[in-house]
Design a binder for this molecule. Structure first.
Ligand code: GAF
Length: 380
């Protein structure tokens, strides 16, 4: 048996002897389309093989207990007296999902859950969404209820928005529930229709962590979201999905410069997803890499969501052999860059990137040559 699962089962025994089921839900890396997912736009994430594992056993007494192996803590709640809001603790994520499931009318009689994750925390790889989607998968399993991947994603987004209090879009929960091994997923966040785009075997995704902490609950994400919404209001449209760059240029003089530039990023980044899908369909990884580089510039200069460390990672990456494209991925203001690299060069690329970044900053980055994994499901 896999050592991680064996350790999880040993921890689960601290809660109960009732035979568990094991489920998983992955973190993600986003290839194109940042801050487009609350504007009805397009984005293109891929699920990683980093995930949250949960061992879940049923209970019948109206109690849900959650044990975090990583924090070495156990929390218990009574379903009948569940608070309607989180308290700013790690347990808000799983308990928020329980709350959202109950709100949806899913009958849960009780459960014991033991969680263990290996998605790096605070690095923009969606550790929170992986906890949420794994919790939903576990609780739906013990309730004997099946929901679609889109329904699970919406429910987990609701938990994060209303229970945890973080104003995220739908991308992270959607890819965690619906990802497919070796594929990126181009998502229309308005209709929730999507296309799976296989990544050619000749390339690998290399994720490099600047080690600068990022948080969706932190102020900048919310500030950007407000600016994006101000852009839609200035254009007189419900969401930026409903406007073109030409519409935006026409109204440039009627909005503050920051709002104009945030809107220009969102509208152009959404289009870059569509261009990226075409490039992958044509097997043109060079073009896809160029689109990633343009996306980084837009995110850095128009959206002002990068940081010196991530810009440096991108600059170093582009000068290394075999790198087609590099950009900051995720919510911004720190976290990781994603690099599209020739498969044969990927290990040497990862080693050189780590060494050069360390030499320049004194910070040791974590660099991963990634596997694209499957979305959530039962493991055993
Ligand atoms: C974070 C959010 F959770 C997503 O919804 C998305 O907005 C992303 O930042 C930026 O593209 O991961």
């Amino acid at each position: 048996m896999d050592a991680r699962i064996e350790a999880l089962l040993a921890q689960h025994k601290l809660l109960t002897d009732v035979e568990p089921t094991i489920v998983q839900a992955p973190g993600r890396v986003n290839l194109l389309g940042e801050h487009t997912d609350y504007s009805g736009g397009f984005c293109m994430p891929a699920a990683l093989s980093f995930n949250t594992l949960i061992a879940v056993s049923p209970r019948t007494d109206g109690v849900v207990r959650v044990r975090s192996v990583d924090f070495d803590q156990t929390a218990g709640v009574e379903i009948a007296t569940l608070p309607a809001k989180g308290a700013g603790e790690w347990k808000d994520y799983p308990v928020g999902v329980l709350w959202a499931l109950l709100q949806r009318g899913v009958a849960i009689a009780g459960a014991d859950l033991t969680l263990q994750g290996n998605v790096p925390l605070g690095s923009g790889l969606s550790s929170s969404a992986s906890v949420e989607v794994a919790t939903a998968t576990a609780l739906l399993h013990v309730a004997g209820v099946t929901l679609t991947g889109a329904e699970i994603a919406l429910l987990c987004q609701k938990a994060e928005n209303l229970y945890v209090g973080a104003p995220c879009g739908i991308m992270d929960q959607f890819i965690s529930a619906n990802g497919k091994k070796d594929h990126a997923l181009a998502l229309d966040t308005r209709s929730l229709s999507f296309e799976l785009a296989p990544l050619p075997g000749t390339v690998r995704l290399v994720v490099s962590n600047s080690m600068v902490k990022h948080s969706i609950g932190g102020g900048e994400y919310g500030t950007r979201r407000a600016e994006v919404e101000a852009g839609a209001a200035a254009l007189g449209v419900p969401m930026l999905r409903d406007a073109t760059l030409t519409d935006l240029q026409r109204k440039q003089s009627q909005m503050p410069d920051n709002v104009y530039r945030r809107a220009r990023h969102v509208i152009s980044d959404s289009q870059r997803v569509l261009d990226g899908v075409e490039a992958l369909r044509a097997g043109d990884v060079r073009l896809f890499g160029q689109i990633m580089n343009e996306a980084h510039v837009s995110y850095r200069d128009d959206f002002e969501a990068s940081c010196d460390e991530c810009d440096l990672l991108q600059t170093i990456a582009l000068a290394l052999p075999g790198c087609f494209g590099a950009r900051l991925t995720g919510g911004g203001f720190g976290g990781c860059t994603v690099n599209l690299v020739e498969a044969a060069a990927s290990e040497a690329f990862a080693a050189s990137l780590a060494e050069k970044y360390h030499a320049a900053t004194g910070i040791k980055p974590d660099v991963y040559v990634c596997e694209i994994g499957d979305g959530a499901g039962v493991v055993a």
